[in-house]
Design a protein around this ligand. Structure first.
Ligand code: C5P
Length: 376
C-alpha cells in the first residue's frame, strides 16, 4: 500500500476585510489544487472508519498514516489534494416561527459565517468501498454518524460519481456550541469533493442537496451573510449587516447543549413577537443591539443551563465600559457572542473552564470557499 499523505495547498485570498458590502466579482474557477507539501500529521489522532463508533479516548496518538488507512483506503498517490478551511457561524438573531407537524421548527434567522473554523484536508481515495476520516478529537464518531461521511455519501448519491475520499479533520470549533461546526465540516466536504471531482455539481445544487442531511449546512453555500427560513435550509443571501472587521468574542462554558433537547424544551408561548423581517431591516441600519439580536432559544437553553444566563449577564455588565454593543446566544447554545469588542473580561481570562475565541465575520466569492480573516 502506498503511504497515504495529503498535501497542504496554499490558500487563495478572498473578500477584503473591513468591507461593508460583499465583493461579487464574476464567478471564477478556483485554481486547481496540486500537491505541494506533505501535510503535518502530528496534531491529528486517527482511526479507520468503523461502524463500531467513537474510539476509546485512552487510545494514544499514532502516526496519522499508519493508524488511519485500512488496506484499501490510501489516498491516491500523486492525486490532487486540497487543504480547506471549514468555518462556523453565528446567528445574529434567531426567531422561531412555529413547530411543524414533522417535529422540526420553522425559523427565521440571520446567519453569518465566521472565521473560527477547523482545518480540513481532502484527497481522492483508492478505496472503492469507503471513505476514511481521521480527526484530532477522539470524542467524535468517524463513521456514518459523522456529517462529513453523510455529506460524501450524499455527494456520490446525487452526482453518481463513484469516488471515495480521504479526509483529515483538525477540530477547533467546540461542539454543542450553536456554532454549526459539524455542519460547516459537512458543507466543506461537499465543496471539496465537488472540486476534487471536477465540479460535477453547481453551487446551487450543493446548497439544495445539503438540506437533506441537516438544517444548518445550506447556509455555508451562501456568500456568508444569509437570512434563513424553513428549518434553516432556505437560504437568501443578504448584504453583511455589520462591517466584517467588527470585533467579536465567543465565550462558552465547558458544557455543550443538545440542539434537539433545546428545541424540545422550547415554550412556544414564550416566543418573542418581533417581526424577523423588521429585525433584518433594523440590524442593517442600526447594527447589533440587544433588542435586535434576539434568540428565541435562549429561554430553553438558560432553563437547561442556568449558568449560561449568568455568563450572558456578566458579559453584558462588564462590557458596558469597553464598547460592547450586544451580547446574545448563538443557535441553540451554549456559546455566548459578544459584539463590538473582543476584549476578554478578566473573569473570563481567569476561568480556564471557559472556551473563548476572538472572531470576525467572513464572506466568500462565488466559485471560492471561505478563508479565515487576517485575525488568524
Ligand atoms: O437538522 P439538524 O440535524 O441540525 O437538527 C437537529 C435537531 O434539531 C432536529 O432533529 C430537531 O429536533 C431540531 N431542529 C428543529 N427545528 C429546526 C432545526 C433543528 O426542531 N429548524
Amino acid at each position: 500500500m502506498p503511504p497515504a499523505t495529503l498535501a497542504a495547498v496554499a490558500p487563495s485570498r478572498v473578500a477584503p476585510r473591513g468591507s461593508r458590502a460583499l465583493t461579487r466579482g464574476a464567478a471564477r474557477r478556483a485554481p486547481s489544487c496540486r500537491l505541494s507539501a506533505v501535510a503535518p500529521a502530528s496534531r491529528l489522532r486517527s482511526s479507520p472508519v468503523s461502524a463500531s463508533g467513537p474510539r476509546p479516548s485512552s487510545r494514544r496518538a499514532h502516526s496519522l498514516v499508519a493508524m488511519a488507512a485500512p488496506d484499501d483506503a490510501g489516498a491516491d498517490e500523486g492525486a490532487d489534494a486540497m487543504s480547506v478551511f471549514s468555518p462556523s457561524k453565528v446567528n445574529l438573531f434567531l426567531r422561531i416561527v412555529r413547530r411543524r407537524p414533522d417535529g422540526f421548527h420553522d425559523l427565521a434567522s440571520l446567519f453569518h459565517v465566521i472565521d473560527l473554523g477547523d482545518d480540513m484536508r481532502f484527497a481522492r481515495s483508492a478505496s472503492v468501498t469507503r471513505d476514511t476520516l481521521v480527526c484530532s478529537d477522539d470524542t467524535i464518531p468517524l463513521d456514518g454518524r459523522n456529517l462529513v461521511i453523510k455529506a460524501l455519501d450524499l455527494f456520490r448519491a446525487k452526482t453518481g460519481v463513484n469516488q471515495y475520499f480521504w479526509v483529515e479533520l483538525e477540530k477547533k470549533v467546540p461542539h454543542g456550541a450553536g456554532l454549526g461546526g459539524g455542519s460547516g465540516n459537512a458543507a466543506t466536504a461537499l465543496w471539496a469533493a465537488n472540486e476534487l471531482c471536477g465540479r460535477p455539481a453547481t453551487e446551487e445544487e450543493l446548497l439544495e442537496w445539503s438540506g437533506d442531511i441537516g438544517s444548518d449546512i445550506s447556509v455555508f453555500f451562501s456568500k456568508g451573510a444569509a437570512y434563513c427560513t424553513g428549518r434553516g435550509e432556505i437560504v437568501e443571501d443578504v448584504e453583511p449587516p455589520l462591517p466584517l472587521d467588527t470585533p467579536m468574542l465567543l465565550v462558552k462554558p465547558d458544557v455543550g447543549l443538545s440542539t434537539p433537547q433545546i428545541f424540545k424544551a422550547l415554550d412556544l408561548d414564550g416566543l418573542s413577537d418581533e417581526d424577523p423581517l423588521k429585525l433584518l431591516e433594523r440590524i442593517g441600519k442600526e447594527g447589533c443591539k440587544d433588542e435586535i439580536c434576539v434568540n428565541d432559544l435562549e429561554a430553553p437553553a438558560f432553563g437547561e443551563l442556568p449558568e449560561l444566563l449568568e455568563l450572558k449577564e456578566r458579559l453584558r455588565r462588564e462590557g458596558e465600559a469597553s464598547g460592547v454593543a450586544s451580547v446574545f446566544m448563538s443557535g441553540s447554545g451554549s456559546t455566548i457572542v459578544q459584539v463590538g469588542s473582543d476584549a476578554v473580561p478578566e473573569f473570563v481570562e481567569k476561568d480556564e473552564a471557559l472556551f473563548r475565541a476572538k472572531t470576525r465575520l467572513i464572506t466568500r466569492e462565488k466559485g471560492k470557499w471561505y478563508e479565515p480573516s487576517a485575525l488568524r
